[in-house]
Design a protein around this ligand. Structure first.
Ligand SMILES: Nc1nc2c(ncn2[C@@H]2O[C@H](COP(=O)(O)OP(=O)(O)OP(=O)(O)O)[C@@H](O)[C@H]2O)c(=O)[nH]1
Ligand SMILES: [Mg+2]
Length: 304
């Protein structure tokens, strides 16, 4: 996972620690590093920002004993990354759910994202996660568009004891969502998770449909599920969903299959929204809270 970006970072550290650096060296290594970031899916604007700060900090770096240089460069990279990756504590979300539960109202989360990004799987993982924290949830099958979507959701959710509220294909997705909300109220289920249809193109119809669901159920959170493998495209898609629908958090699925790793850095910075979780496998327990530490440890090779 993330071998590409990790390789770029260690190459930079290697270059810098073995030479006494002239201005020209710094420019060369930083440019080389920038290219590697971009080829590992870091969005250009983000790579430029990282490298601008990096050059500045390298120039003012005081070289100490030889062995300390590596540490120093790693520290610089850590600082830069930390300033770019937005973090949120999942417990904050759990607290908000608890507040609504006390008021007897369900907490509603709308999941949006492009075609095949991992929404349905992620929702069921999320429901399992909530269950482990003591919150029951039910899922609205508001993807009434794609053939097989309702069965797929039921096949994943029902064996693990999570109820799915569904209607027929072609039904109004906002009506399905509303049904689920009413059912949650009647049955005192504290969380409603709404699964929606993805599309290959981010088309106007889809966005209108999302906005209609949003208007009708007034969700507490809108979560964008992005596909780490989509790289730079994932960043552009996230931006467009944010512009048109408005998103609060992102979840980045398929990080386990992402050999490059740049989208994890880019998405959070580009849309200025925190990543809540990352998906690290197809099974339903593969959802990890996203922390700066998790991503930095992966990039800086501090854990496997
Ligand atoms: N390796 C890996 N695969 C994942 C992960 N999350 C989802 N997938 C797989 O990605 C594929 C698509 O997942 P779905 O959950 O159906 O995606 P979706 O966004 O609901 O797709 P549409 O409803 O068609 O838009 C499935 O084969 C999932 O098993 C993950 O974190 N890691
Ligand atoms: Mg789906």
């Amino acid at each position: 996972m993330l071998e590409g970006i990790r390789g770029a970072f260690s190459k930079l550290v290697e270059n810098i620690k073995t030479k006494s650096l002239s201005e020209k060296d710094i420019n060369r290594y930083v440019n080389e590093f920038k290219l590697q970031l971009v080829s590992n899916d870091v969005a250009l604007e983000v790579a430029e920002k990282i490298c601008e700060e990096l050059s500045e900090k390298l120039r003012s770096m005081k070289f100490k004993r030889f062995g300390e240089v590596e540490e120093e460069v790693e520290k610089i990279l850590e600082e830069i990354l930390a300033s770019m990756i937005h973090e949120v504590d999942v417990d904050d979300v759990l607290k908000k759910i608890e507040e609504k539960r006390k008021r007897g109202e369900p907490f509603i989360i709308l999941f949006v994202g492009p075609n095949g990004s991992g929404k349905t799987t992620t929702i069921v993982k999320f429901a399992k996660y909530l269950e482990s924290k003591g919150f029951k949830s039910l899922i609205a099958a508001s993807d009434t568009f794609r053939a097989g979507a309702i069965e797929q959701l039921k096949r994943l959710a029902e064996p693990v004891g999570i109820r799915v509220v569904s209607q027929r294909y072609g039904a109004d997705s906002a009506a399905v969502a509303m049904d689920a909300v009413m059912s949650a109220k009647a049955n005192k289920i504290p969380v409603v998770l709404i699964d929606t249809a993805g599309r290959t193109e981010i088309d106007l119809n889809l966005l209108q449909e999302m906005n209609k669901i949003k208007r009708v159920v007034d969700p507490d959170l809108v979560i964008y599920v992005g596909d780490a493998l989509a790289g730079n495209v994932a960043v552009e898609q996230a931006k467009r969903f944010d512009e048109h629908v408005g998103i609060d958090y992102a979840i980045l699925a398929k990080l386990d299959a992402d050999a490059r790793g740049g989208s994890a850095i880019s998405i959070s910075y580009s849309i200025n929204k925190p990543i809540l979780f990352v998906g690290v496998g197809q099974d339903l327990d593969s959802l990890k809270p996203f922390t700066r530490k998790l991503i930095m440890d992966l990039i800086l090779n501090k854990s496997s």
